[in-house]
Design a protein around this ligand. Structure first.
Ligand SMILES: [Zn+2]
Length: 267
């Protein structure tokens, strides 16, 4: 069984065939999908999707691209959503200095506030880090080390040495995406350097489709291609990587994910 640890299932790219995409995921052995909230409205949509669906969990947060929308009111709404039983983590939050869709100080403010929220609520936090290594590392160390934030998930981990070291210091989970299937992916830190009990797999769908689907819309079924590439990278079998990453997802996301089953693969 596989868990897709990061999927934007609420995205409009799935409006035409969301149920069919989930059926394909189940057929591919995907027992659970974490539906990511990237804005207040997107988080509410993720919660709506997950509320009645035992195979789905949600996160609630505001993506760095949307950081200018962070406000006291946004924070109150994210906090309320985080108290829903279907919500297993805060985020996606973080810093993105590649696109700079929001000013950097606004990104840092929203990230800091969501790290504080994760600490307050005792929930893991899903972190997006792109070309902001030093600031991400400093903020992770500030919040993650002393047990304030119970767990950090480095989503679509890119193999940055600086982020890896901070992640190791705070016991973070390293979530690999379709990037690891790309021929030109040449990370400083290889997946085999990450502790096995900290590995996760994700699609980041509808973005970042793995080879051989690269360039098309991604979907949760394709987490299988990611897991296969990860298995090759760490020298393990697909079965072992599936088992390990599922166990890790259950540990970090908790009971709702721990209850996940795929009927035909249950021993
Ligand atoms: Zn994402």
């Amino acid at each position: 069984m596989l868990v897709d640890a990061h999927c934007h299932l609420g995205d409009g790219a799935f409006d035409a065939d969301r149920d069919a995409a989930l059926a394909r995921a189940r057929a591919a052995g995907v027992g659970h999908v974490i539906v990511i909230g990237e804005s207040v409205a997107g988080s509410a949509r993720a919660v709506d999707l997950a509320r009645e669906a035992p195979g789905l969990s949600a996160t609630a947060g505001v993506h760095p691209h949307e950081a200018t929308t962070w406000s006291r009111e946004a924070e109150a709404r994210v906090r309320a959503l985080c108290r829903e039983p279907a919500v297993v983590a805060v985020g996606e939050t973080g810093l993105d200095y590649h696109y700079d869709h929001s000013p950097r100080d606004a990104q840092r403010r929203a990230f800091d506030a969501q790290l504080a929220l994760a600490a307050e609520l005792g929930k893991p936090v899903v972190v997006h880090a792109r070309e902001a290594d030093a600031d991400v590392a400093a903020m992770l160390r500030a919040w993650g080390g002393g047990g304030n934030v119970p767990a950090v998930i480095l989503h679509s981990f890119s193999g940055s040495q600086v982020v890896f070291e901070a992640g190791m210091d705070v016991g973070a989970y390293f979530s690999f995406s379709g990037m690891i299937t790309f021929k030109n992916w040449n990370p400083m830190v290889r997946p085999s350097a990450c502790p096995p009990d900290r590995l996760l797999v994700e699609t980041d769908a509808p973005f970042l489709a793995p080879v051989p689907h690269r360039g098309r819309r991604n979907e949760p079924a394709y987490v299988r291609e990611v897991a296969a590439a990860l298995a090759q990278a760490v020298g393990a079998s697909l079965d072992d990587v599936g088992q390990q990453t599922t166990e890790n997802a259950r540990r970090v996301f908790g009971a709702r994910v721990a209850a996940a089953r795929v009927e035909h693969t249950v021993p």
